[in-house]
Structures are given as C-alpha cells and as structure tokens.
Design a binder for this molecule. Structure first.
Ligand code: MN
Length: 711
C-alpha cells in the first residue's frame, strides 16, 4: 500500500515546485470523510483514493489532479457536499470531482460492443477536462486490480465495460501500460480458463525469453555500432490479451504464435532503415516471402515500416520492424485508426484527429518540468459539437449539440417522431424544445393520430428530423391539394357537360397531365389544387376548342344555374382545413365572395370586391358559394358613431346581445364635438343577423351612424 509521503515525494521529484500542501490537505480531508468505511476486501477505504493518486503520479500529473484522485469518491460515497468541496478546495477540484462522479454514474454495463465507440465519446464529452478522464482511468485500474472481492456478476460487468470502454480509451490516449493492464485484467475475469492457460505457457519460458531478448538486442546493437548507425532497438513481450487475439484471429495454437516478442528498431532516416534491413539479413537468414516493404508501398494511408522475419540465433523465427522516428509516431496513430475502423467502422477522421491531439497533449505534458503550468490551462470541451444520450433500453445515441427530444424520436423511428407529444429526460417531463444534455436518459411520449407541427422545424437540429417533418407536411398538403384540384377540375368540366371519370377512363386526363409537364394524374390534380396550374388551362388540354363551343352551344343540354351553384366549390364541400377567411375583408355568410388559391394553403375566401383579390392573378380565382344551412360563426367588425353620453355604450351592447350575438371586443373613444366612436367585434352567422344588429343599434337615440368596418 502506498503512503501519502511517497506520493508527495514522487510529485516533488518530477516537479519541485508542486503544491504538495494541497495534496496533503486533500489527503487529510479524504481520510476524515472516508473514516470507518471499508472496501469489500476488508481494508480501509482510504487505500483506494491513495492508490488512485499514486497511479496519477506515475502519469506525472499536476497537484490538482492528484488531489482530485484523493477526493474522487467523496461526493459519491460520503456525506460531503459540493459546497463543502468548493469552500475547501475551490472550483477546479470541485468540478473535476463532480466530473468523475458523473462519469461513474453512467454505466456501459453489458451493452453491445458496437456502441462502445459512442459511449467512449460520451464519457469524453461529459468529462470536459482531460484530467477527469485520467482520474477515471486510474480509478478503473485500481478497481480492476482489486476485482476479486466482487460478486461474479459484478466482475463480469466491470470486466466487459473495461474491455469495451476504458482499455481502448487508455490506448487512444497513448497510455499503453494502462491499456495492456486493463485488457489483461478484464480478460482474466471474463475468460479465466484461457487467461490462466496462456499465462502458464508464457511463464514456462519467461526467464529464457528475457535472456533471449537481451541477447538479440546486444547482437543487433554491436552490428549497428560497427556500421556507425545510431538506432534504438527494443524487444518486449506481448501481453496475454494480444496473444489471445492473435490466436483467435489466425485460428492458431499458442505454440504457433511466433511473435511472442516484438522487436523494433527505430532510426532517423529512410536510408538507414534499408541499411539496417541489410545488416539484419547479413546476421540472420531471412524467411522467404516474409519481407514487407511498407515504406515503398505503405500498408494503409498512415502506416510505413519495413517488416522482416529471420531465422534467429537458435533457429527460431524472429519478427523485426524497422522504421524512422517519424514513421513510428505516425504508425502509433495509424494503428489506432486501423483498430478503430475494424472495431466499429464508424469513427470519423475528425474524431481520429482529436485523439491524436489528446495524445500529443499528454506527450508534451511528460516533457514539462512543471506539469501544472500546462495542465492548468487544459480546459477542453472535447466534443463541443455533440451530445450523447441514452434510450430507455440503455442504448447510447449521438446527436448534434442542441438537439431536442423531437430529433431523438425521429432517430428511433419515423412514426415515433410523427406521433410524439412530449418527452421525459431522466424521468422528468421536459418540453419538446428541451436541449438534451450528455448522459440524459430520454423517453418519448406519444399519442396516436398526432401530427408533426411546422413549428418543430424551428428547433430540430438533425437533418433526419427536419426531412421527416417536411416530408409529412408535404404529404398532407399533397393529398389536400389533390382533393381540391379534383373538385376544381370537376366543376369546370361539368360546366361543359362532361364527366371527369369518363375523361380519365379515356386516358385524356393522363395525356393532359403529360402535356402540362406533370408526371401523372395525381400530380396534375395537386398542381391545380396548389394553384400552379389553373383548372381552365387543364380543361383546355382535355377538351378541344370546337367541342367546347359545340357543347356550350348545344341547347339540348342547358346548364341550369342551380347546378352551377351546387357543383361550385362550396365552403362545406371542401372542408375546413383548406378554407380560410381573409383577414383583410372579413367576409361573412351572405356576403358576395370570391375564392383565391393561395400556394399550398388552399382557398382563401375574400369579399368579392376586396382590393387584394382584384389585384390578383385571375387564373387563381375560384368561384365559391356559401353553403346552405347553418354555417360557421364568423367575426365581423362594426363601427358606431354616436353622441358622447353616459350609458350609451351599455345600451348598444344590450341591443347587440338582444339579437343573440356575442360581443368579442368593444372599444369606444371620445372624439371632438362631444361625440364618440365605438368599434365592436361581434360574432354572427351571416349577413341577415348582421343587418338585424345594425338596424337595432340604429334605432337607439344618440346613435348617428352604424356601419360595417371592412378595414
Ligand atoms: Mn473510486
């Protein structure tokens, strides 16, 4: 077990200026709040934060990070509050501890490995500060080292999560010792039989292999020196998990794995690489067909190196890689990129660059005398453009920052998006405009038959949601336009004593559609309903001019006026959706009216003398009639000029109500000459009722004039 003075000694060793008082203070506090707690092993709990801090000194972290290592479980596992930490240790440490706690709360559990990449990014996005990830990794290393005390179920879960999420994360960051340790330990718990078999087989020849490595390096170094070439030679044992992977992917037994040891020679120039290859081949006989020149012919875009397999000093096969420092650096990233691609196939170049940059950051940090001066300024929003959330099933999904539950719903299923009426984040109801946060568990509330609203387009962030909403709206407009188009065309045709169904059967409708550049009949009808093509124009293509004249002239088939009326687009016939009343002239039933096709919005009803409609394209006008029977109640404005006299407003209101008419709004103001002007917004069924109201007001004493206000 590591002790606090060992930690501070190590920190002072790599940074004599480090604030070790802060580390001691964190230690004292942690010891106080964890007092009496024990780990499952029976040891005092404090050992865990101490070990985590110790691991962080191995990474040469700054005092802040090491203090955070000591405090990382205080918020989660003790009664310590955020405020307390804030007061004692300041904003930096508090936010970091908070970050570690947040990450610990989301668990990848035993989800599909295919989601691991997204989950890893979610963790990075939640961390906000790179140091939080390093604390979390150190926490995981110590936890997995002491995994034996947990139940089998917990062991399996943590082993899987470590293998899928944390080991690759450590690898991405270039902390290879952590990566291999995390891999080997999780492998030990998830596949104990294979793990122990391989490790036994390895142990059998370990001493010999170590001697062997030393010997090969010595021989190579001597040969290099004789030829005045400077290069770094190293050989290392592969870790158990990577040996297993090799056996698995190549379908071979342990004995057949030749490269248990990996030799690598790193030099400065390409010329030297080839020279070294020649020297190696002069030392040991190369295996034919095993020389790979990935310098002349790079393996992947990023990977360059020379590979050779030779018959070594004891007749064994030895694999050796030769490359320049530059190639080595690129290879590290390239191999990672290769691995990423193979494992998930979904990482982007952009993400790859981000990881390369993070690795670089850690490299630089290692070289600094005072790591704090650098790490202090590392406040990185690692994935500022993305947000990661959970589905109710626990799957992880990635969205652009600012995405809403509507985006979420459409990403799951179109129908879920179309029928969504509300949402919950972490069990709490949120508005559809809610901006999802990292780690949210999002749930969608639906109502069958619900339709997406055009307003959603204002706040959705994904093109998927936007397209689906537009598609839906277009489809609705399309069917409604088709319906309207058919009615308009039917009317024109029946004026000529023809029948639309018959024309369609004769293929004439189809021909007219083609002639007017529509792909089919429904599109033509929609075009008419949409106001792109007038019904009259379509008729021109359906019925020849002479025939038209003949038909209209034929006295045998007179066109009764009443028929024209009944087949005209009546308000009721078209349906409410597609008819709206113009706000400019407020027509009410009984007024002479005219319809005007507004693009994509159906028919707008204006009063027949409304200047707006008179200005419009005559092709788009349609004849409309009020339907017989009780219509809708519509709002109309009347203006009353009267003498300014108390009680008159009340009298006017009374006479309006006496006609069983509702007053929506009334304003009255005094004007010069002791007169008053009142405006009443009333709801009437039609002109008859309106006229009755006007008449009854006119009868009142003091009223000068009453008129409809069409402004
Ligand atoms: Mn912990």
């Amino acid at each position: 077990m590591i002790r606090i003075h060992e930690i501070t000694d190590q920190v002072l060793h790599y940074n004599p200026q480090a604030d070790v008082d802060l580390i001691r203070k964190a230690y004292v506090f942690s010891a106080k709040v964890h007092r009496g707690q024990t780990r499952l092993s029976g040891e005092p709990y404090l050992i865990h934060p101490l070990e985590v801090a110790g691991l962080l000194t191995q990474l040469r972290m700054d005092a802040t990070t090491i203090a955070c290592g000591l405090l990382h479980d205080t918020l989660e596992d003790t009664l310590t509050t955020r405020e307390e930490l804030l007061e004692l240790f300041g904003k930096d440490i508090t936010e970091m501890v908070d970050g570690v706690t947040k990450i610990s709360k989301v668990s990848f559990g035993s989800k599909k490995s295919s989601q691991a990449e997204t989950f890893r990014k979610m963790i990075l996005a939640m961390a906000k500060d790179l140091r939080v990830i390093l604390v979390k990794l150190a926490d995981r290393v110590h936890n997995i080292r002491t995994l034996e005390f947990l139940s089998n179920l917990k062991q399996n879960e943590m082993a899987q999560e470590t293998m899928d999420v944390y080991a690759p994360l450590a690898g991405r960051l270039g902390i290879y010792w952590m990566k291999t340790e995390l891999e080997d330990l999780s492998f030990k718990y998830s596949r104990p039989n294979i793990y122990y078999r391989i490790s036994e087989q390895l142990a059998q020849g370990r001493k010999e292999r170590e001697r062997y490595i030393e010997e090969v390096i010595r021989v190579v170094n001597r040969r290099l020196a004789e030829n005045r070439i400077t290069a770094q030679v190293n050989g290392r044992m592969k870790n158990i998990y990577s040996i297993y992977r090799k056996m698995e992917t190549q379908g071979i037994e342990f004995e057949q794995v030749h490269d248990l040891i990996a030799f690598r020679i790193i030099t400065s120039t390409i010329k030297e690489c080839y020279e070294i290859l020649g020297l190696i081949h002069s030392l040991w006989k190369p295996v034919p067909g095993k020389i790979k020149d990935y310098i002349a012919m790079p393996k992947a875009i990023l990977y360059q190196s020379l590979h050779t397999t030779v018959i070594g000093p004891y007749g064994e096969r030895v694999e050796i890689q030769i490359r320049t420092e530059e190639m080595h650096r690129v290879a590290e990233e390239g191999v990672a990129a290769h691995w990423r691609y193979k494992e998930t196939g979904e990482i982007t170049e952009k993400d790859g660059q981000k990881f390369a940059w993070l690795r670089q950051l850690l490299e630089w940090q290692k070289e600094l005398v005072d790591p704090s001066e650098f790490m202090e300024s590392v406040r990185v929003d690692l994935f500022p453009d993305e947000v990661y959330v959970f589905t109710p099933k626990g799957d992880v999904r990635e969205f652009p920052r600012g995405a809403t539950p509507v985006d979420f719903a459409y990403s799951i299923h179109t129908e879920l998006g179309n029928t969504c009426v509300g949402a919950k984040a972490n069990g709490r109801i949120v508005p559809l405009t809610y901006k999802m946060q990292n780690g949210d568990r999002v749930e969608i509330l639906t109502q069958s038959g619900h339709r997406p609203s055009k307003d959603w387009l204002k706040f959705v962030r994904t093109s998927q949601a936007r397209n689906k909403i537009r598609q839906f709206i277009r489809r609705v407009e399309m069917t409604e336009s088709q319906l309207l188009g058919q009615k308009l065309l039917e009317r024109e045709i029946s004026h000529l004593g023809q029948n639309l169904g018959r024309l369609e059967k004769q293929g004439k409708l189809e021909a007219a559609a083609k002639a007017l550049n529509y792909k089919d009949v429904p599109s033509l009808l929609a075009g008419i309903g949409y106001g792109k093509t007038s019904a009259l124009k379509a008729v021109g293509h359906l019925i020849p001019e002479d025939k038209k004249a003949e038909e209209t002239a034929a006295p045998a088939r007179p066109r009764p006026e009443s028929q024209a009326v009944s087949s005209a687009v009546s308000l009721k016939g078209v349906g409410n959706v597609f008819v709206r009343f113009a706000k400019c002239c407020h027509p009410i039933p009984g007024d002479p009216i005219l319809g005007f096709i507004t693009r994509g919005r159906g028919v707008t009803i204006h009063s027949h003398d409304c200047p707006r409609v008179l200005d419009s394209d005559p092709e788009r006008r349609v004849e409309v009639n009020w339907d017989a029977g009780p219509g809708e109640i519509l709002t109309v404005r009347i203006r009353v000029l009267c003498v300014d006299e108390p009680g008159l407003l009340a009298a006017i209101s009374r006479s309006i109500s006496a006609e069983k008419v509702n007053i929506q709004k009334a304003t009255i103001r005094s004007i010069p000459d002791r007169k008053a002007s009142g405006t009443f917004e009333i709801q009437v069924e039609g002109t008859a009722q309106l006229n009755a109201v006007i008449k009854s007001i006119e009868k009142l004493e003091g009223v000068i004039s009453v008129g409809r206000d069409r402004r």
